[in-house]
Design a protein around this ligand. Structure first.
Ligand code: APR
Length: 168
């Protein structure tokens, strides 16, 4: 299964494309968004400014600057509003559209954070099931992407994703 779950800091994970749990302005923020912008340096925000934002569930690609990657793929996840506002579909779109962009840019390795499960309060068990189901469905359609790594910041998050992977 070309999906790995690790615990770590995604800003230090060498790969072709690092996915950023962004917001729709693409102008940075806290959490992993803030960490990636700090590690990438000012060039990342400068390039993002020219993109004009990104709707929830879609994805945009930039260079990675000082990050150990070729690209950063920015995707705004849904804010959890109780689960009856299309959140599940929008979260699945984040993973699908990010994978499509990575594929179109010839990326072999892609790293994802746990999108929407921090500031956006998406329940992590549901998010993990959606993330892994979407990746398992879409990876066979990829010719370039060979490996996807979920980089979980905390050990408890890692355990949730690891359990979800075995339940796939
Ligand atoms: N490496 C890997 N994962 C990280 C890192 C890091 N350096 N820093 C935080 N995370 C994890 C969090 O622990 C959480 O599990 O990323 C996951 C997503 O949390 P957030 O970064 O809060 O993202 P999200 O819930 O999607 O909210 C997005 O937060 O930072 C702002 O600008 C961002 O407005 C947007 C919102």
């Amino acid at each position: 299964m070309p999906i790995r779950i690790i615990q770590g800091d995604i800003t230090q994970f060498p790969c072709d494309a690092i996915v950023n749990a962004a917001n729709t302005t693409l102008l940075g923020g806290g959490g992993v968004d803030g960490a990636l912008h700090r590690a990438a340096g000012p060039g990342l925000l400068k390039e993002c400014r020219g993109l004009g934002g990104c709707p929830t569930g879609e994805a945009r690609i930039t260079k990675a600057y000082r990050l150990p990657a070729r690209y950063v793929i920015h995707t705004p996840g849904p804010v959890w509003r109780g689960g009856r506002h299309g959140e599940a579909e929008l979260l699945a779109n984040c993973y699908r559209n990010s994978l499509l962009l990575a594929e179109a840019h010839g990326c072999k390795t892609v790293a994802f954070p746990s999108i929407s499960t921090g500031v956006y309060h998406f329940p992590i068990r549901r998010a993990a099931a959606i993330a892994l189901k979407t990746l398992r469905e879409r990876l066979p359609e990829c010719r370039q992407v060979e490996e996807v790594t979920m980089v979980c910041f905390s050990e408890p998050d890692w355990a949730v994703y690891q359990a979800a992977l075995t339940e796939l």
